[in-house]
Ligand binder design. Structure first.
Ligand code: PMP
Length: 363
């Protein structure tokens, strides 16, 4: 009889062997500012509207695969039509599908690290070589000439605006040059752009630029990280190509109903976003006043800070103050850096109070 052992690693596709399940194993903390979520309370009226929308759903029926009612509402938000919009199970699914559809062996994707780690992960899963154009070590700007050179024969260039975890916006002129001087698809990931101001979005440029793709999500400003809805604004041919390869029911009935409710009532969320922006500036000023702390200007709902002995400080924030932030100190280019999500006034005060003790002790 054959031995009953299973060597899964040998059976896995070689490109997938290095990956492990993503399980951050968060233990409950008093203040969680680790994942760039929106921690503010929901505006009055929104929860009731969600319950009404959920009651009107039929869970025995499959969802509308393309989520057309939601697409229409999103298209209206951006002054375009549904042909230019595709929704996904969070921005993550759309990023994966972009690599799946337009990457593959022999095609390169260009990234500008430090940036969102999933770009490189999804590229590796889709066997797409990554050409990294590292950001400036001091101010995290992108070297335009180096990027244009790398993009010359790339399938896809990914820029993040504002960038996670460094917080800065993309240079519009650079995006213009990429579109004019290369043949690459250019993805601008705008997961956090609401915190920079809608004027900073490149979405209005999509209709005149068929190779420009803009990623948005409802996980951040819309406070719906748990719902899993993101979308792309892109040329209808790109939308169709991605529509052809997606998991057909990846955005479920409840997600479509709740997302539509939020998008239709988005004006209610504007004061929340304004408060997060004001708190970001207050948090950044408070951090800069602490000994040995350096911050970078952020247009997002987080602040990157270099602190004394960052890994130890991160542990002590968690263990002694029950505050969780994100430790980037082992990421190349981000020595001693922590990424601090902007929370409510009370949460930010708790973080500043704890850091004022820890930075003194760790200096
Ligand atoms: N892009 C960036 C830059 C992000 O930081 C994130 C989430 N942290 C995403 C995309 C994906 O977000 P989601 O899947 O929740 O839409």
């Amino acid at each position: 009889m054959a031995k009953k052992c299973l060597d899964v690693t040998a059976r896995l596709r070689p490109a997938l062997r290095a990956f492990e399940p993503y399980d951050p194993r968060f233990s409950p903390v008093r203040v969680n500012l680790s994942a760039n979520e929106n921690t503010h309370p929901l505006p009055a009226g929104l929860a009731e509207a969600v319950l009404d929308a959920v009651r009107a759903t039929s869970l025995n029926r499959y969802p509308d695969p393309m989520a057309n009612a939601l697409r229409d509402a999103l298209a209206e938000r951006h002054g375009t039509d549904r042909a230019h919009v595709i929704v996904g199970n969070g921005g993550d699914e759309l990023l994966f599908n972009l690599l799946f559809a337009f990457g593959g062996p022999g095609r390169t994707v260009v990234t500008c690290p430090p940036d969102f780690a999933e770009y490189a992960n999804f590229a590796a899963m889709c066997e797409t070589p990554v050409v990294a154009v590292p950001r400036d070590a001091e101010d995290f700007s992108v070297d335009a000439e180096a990027l244009l050179a790398a993009a010359a024969d790339a399938a896809l260039v990914i820029l993040t605006s504002p960038n996670n975890p460094t917080g800065g916006l993309v240079d519009r002129a650079l995006v213009g040059r990429l579109l004019a001087e290369t043949e690459a698809l250019v993805l601008v990931d705008e997961a956090y752009v609401e915190f920079a101001g809608e004027d900073e979005s490149l979405a209005p440029l999509v209709p005149g630029n068929p190779r420009l793709i803009v990623l948005r999500t409802l996980s951040k400003a819309f406070a719906l990280a748990g719902l899993r809805v993101g979308y792309l604004i892109a040329d209808p041919q790109v939308v169709d190509a991605l529509g052809a390869v997606r998991q057909i029911y990846s955005v479920d009935v409840l997600a479509q109903a709740v997302a539509l409710t939020f998008v239709e009532r988005r004006a209610l969320l504007a004061p929340v976003v304004a408060d997060i922006v004001a708190e970001r500036e207050r948090l950044a000023a408070g951090l800069s006043a602490l000994p040995g702390v350096r911050t970078w200007p952020s247009a997002a709902n987080f602040v990157l800070a270099r602190v004394p002995n960052a890994h130890r400080t991160w542990e002590r924030l968690r263990d002694e103050h029950s505050i969780l932030v994100r430790d980037f100190s082992s990421t190349p280019g981000l020595d001693d850096c922590l990424r601090l999500t902007v929370g409510t006034r009370e949460e930010n005060d708790a973080l500043l109070d704890a850091l004022s003790v820890l930075t003194r002790e760790e200096s």
